[in-house]
Design a protein around this ligand. Structure first.
Ligand code: DHB
Ligand code: FE
Length: 282
């Protein structure tokens, strides 16, 4: 049986990809940010998960405003990256697990989540930056197979935070019902507070992000009291990406331990957060 061994929440700013490429991890600007990933690197090194379900948002590389699925899952053998114009060099393709993807899609649809299924899918910085953060070396990224789970947090209306939490619970059930003997990790990415455009560009909200991180383990429902419009006011229109962390959280169930976290403002325009949970139930 497949086992969901843990989950990570992480931000995905494009500049992070450039910093990794240029080996700037010890640079004074970057050091307080990358230091927060050391426990994650050590945990990944120790646990060596076979598959990563990566919950992320596409920012216009694969999906655009003309046709925007609320939830889409990749079912490809390989996922290509491409130049998006952030100065990020495209990374090598990521290896998929189509059989597991189809199991997830089948299980979720029968659990009443109507998923867009993608047999071809390009992945943007929302996907590649978290991959580089979890596995900074090519060798690490090559070891783990990936299943992209893409969420619309770009064009309103977005799915509600409640829907995301419930989708996560359904992902947890889907993993638990997969026959293959695999260790699986789930990554919830994007956020935390940031606003890239308009008069309030550069807005962050330390107080709100801190409460979100404090409550994520034992009270993830706390976020559900905010609509996505209210959330945009609190954490910025791009900060709403944080609802994707609830998919990771929902998948893990309640028997979890927080192993580490870090929070750092700013990375580019973003309040950058990382949190690592281990599943104690498996
Ligand atoms: C930044 C943050 C994002 O979430 C993103 O998708 C692009 C850029 C930033 O802070 O620069
Ligand atoms: Fe983003």
């Amino acid at each position: 049986m497949a086992r969901l061994i843990g989950g990570v929440g992480s931000s995905h700013v494009p500049a992070i990809g450039n910093a990794i490429e240029r080996n700037l991890q010890s640079d004074p600007y970057w050091q307080p940010f990358f230091k927060g990933y050391e426990p994650v690197w050590n945990w990944m090194e120790e646990k060596k998960p076979d598959v990563a379900i990566l919950v992320y948002n596409d920012h216009g590389l694969n999906f655009f405003l003309d046709a925007m699925p609320t939830f889409a899952i990749g079912a490809a053998a390989e996922y290509q990256n491409a130049d998006e114009g952030w100065g990020l060099k495209p990374l090598d393709p990521f290896q998929g697990d189509p059989e597991f993807s189809w199991h997830l899609i089948d299980s979720l649809v029968h659990d009443e989540f109507d998923i867009t299924m993608c047999q071809e899918m390009k992945v943007d910085h929302g996907f590649t930056v978290p991959m580089s953060l979890m596995w900074p070396r090519q060798q690490g990224r090559d070891r783990v197979k990936v299943i992209p789970l893409c969420v619309n947090v770009v064009q309103y209306p977005f799915p509600t935070a409640r829907r995301c939490l419930k989708l996560g619970e359904a992902v947890g059930r889907a993993v638990a019902s997969y026959e293959a003997d695999l260790d699986v990790v789930i990554l919830g990415t994007g956020g935390l507070s940031h606003q890239l455009d308009g008069q309030r560009a550069g807005h962050t909200n330390r107080e709100f992000d801190t409460e979100f991180l404090d409550r994520l383990k034992d009270d993830p429902e706390w976020l559900l009291k905010y609509s996505n419009y209210e959330l945009a006011e609190k954490v910025g229109p791009q900060g709403v990406e944080m609802i994707m962390w609830l998919i990771m959280r929902g998948a893990l169930g309640n028997d979890i331990r927080e192993l580490s976290r870090n929070y750092h403002i700013p990375i580019s325009n973003t309040a950058a957060g990382v949190i690592l949970f281990e599943n104690e139930a498996v």
